[in-house]
Design a protein around this ligand. Structure first.
Ligand SMILES: *Cc1c(COP(=O)(O)O)cnc(C)c1O
Length: 371
């Protein structure tokens, strides 16, 4: 065998196509991109330049450190930092021309001390989640007491708690609350009428009649996740993960495979051991045992179930149904790709596709195609 490296392939033309699809859906509103968590595991330095090429001009990250990395590859973009503003880092916000997302009176007060050349911040308004942001009443009071621009604020935003359930009462209520706030802030006679607003994440792009306001914030769908769960995925797959077979073993009926013997061969079986495990971010919960039917791999064109627990660095796969001549050590099996999209892998691992992406391993050989 030439090489034991597990390959993560990132299709940048699919990433760009997904951004363009969302951009078309958002109509006159600007379409941003959320690249927090290292661009959902794909790598900021890989994903951001491709999104810039597609036309994206506004990025959202969670941490200041991510914003500084994004700035290095997107010199002209607007970059917002979602996870609040720490006053002690003011010099970095100014030097890198970053925009904090302010969510409390304390943060707003700290941002008032900004130098004149600081870029405009965003104001986060909590319309349901009780997680981050000013409460609606506090935001109304603030906007009524002085022009937000005087506070160094150029954007107001809120985040939908259940956007993938468009008919849910709480989604409708959040849209109504944020729209009512914008009716005041952006009223023709308001001193704040030029302050932009942003509501919609990936799934929001698919909610009928959702007001897009002036800027959208998709993340998951850019990377190929299904923003419309239960319906066909309108996005293109962006990643695939192929792992090499290190060894193929004959396991007689009655013998167990893997840690704690959770999978016992019901017939004379063949087991392929591949080089990928939970240390690579592949969910340990994707193991197959008596109480959970978990992960599968595509082996020589055929879906084959995992056999037993996922180990730290290895996965064992029941390849008994694959003709012996079609699989040899050194061949690659597909863990993500083709029929195994990230949403399905998430379900198999008793988690969600988002976590499959953000845990993508550091040991993979990463190959970006379609640049
Ligand atoms: C993560 C995040 C998004 C993107 O959500 P997706 O579901 O990945 O599209 C948008 N806005 C905020 C505030 C976020 O934290």
């Amino acid at each position: 065998m030439d090489d034991h490296a597990t390959r993560l392939t990132i299709d940048l033309s699919a990433l760009k196509a997904n951004w363009l699809t969302l951009d078309r859906l958002s109509g006159a509103a600007e379409t941003g991109a959320v690249v927090k968590a290292d661009a959902y595991g794909l790598g900021i330095e890989t994903a951001v330049p491709a999104l810039v090429k597609a036309g994206c001009r506004t990025f959202f990250v969670a941490h200041l450190s991510e914003a500084i990395r994004a700035r290095a590859v997107a010199p002209d973009a607007a970059i917002y930092v979602l996870n609040g503003f720490a006053a002690g880092r003011m010099p970095d916000y100014v030097a890198y021309r970053l925009r904090p997302v302010l969510g409390s009176g304390g943060e707003i007060a700290a941002w008032r001390e900004r130098p004149e050349d600081a870029e405009p911040a965003a104001l986060h308004i909590d319309t349901a989640m009780n997680r981050l942001g000013l409460r609606l009443e506090a935001a109304l009071e603030l906007a009524g007491s002085m022009p937000l621009a005087d506070l160094g604020i150029g954007l107001t935003m809120t985040h939908l708690a259940s956007a993938e359930e468009p008919e849910a009462a709480d989604t409708r209520a959040q849209i109504a609350r944020f729209s009512a706030l914008q009716a005041v802030i952006q009223a023709p006679d308001s001193p704040n009428r030029t302050i932009r607003a942003s509501l919609c994440n990936s799934s929001g792009h698919f909610i009928p009649d959702l007001p897009f306001f002036q800027l959208t914030r998709p993340g998951y769908a850019l990377y190929g996740g299904n923003p419309t769960p239960g319906r066909a995925n309108p996005m293109q797959p962006v990643i695939r993960l192929d792992a090499p077979v290190i060894q193929i073993l004959d396991v007689p009926a009655g013998e167990a495979v893997g840690y704690n013997g959770r999978w016992v061969a019901q017939r004379d079986s063949r087991i392929a051991t591949v080089s990928c495990g939970y240390a690579d971010g592949f969910p340990r919960n994707a193991g197959n045992g008596p109480e959970h039917s978990g992960g599968v791999a595509i082996v020589a064109g055929q879906e084959c179930p995992f056999a037993g627990n996922v180990s730290m660095d290895l996965i064992t796969i029941d390849v008994t149904d694959v003709p012996e001549s079609s699989l040899r050590a050194g061949d690659f099996v597909t863990l993500i790709g083709d029929t195994l999209d990230i949403d399905r892998v998430g379900v198999a691992g008793r988690t969600i596709g988002y976590e499959i992406l953000t845990n993508l391993g550091r040991r993979y050989r990463r190959l970006a195609i379609g640049a």
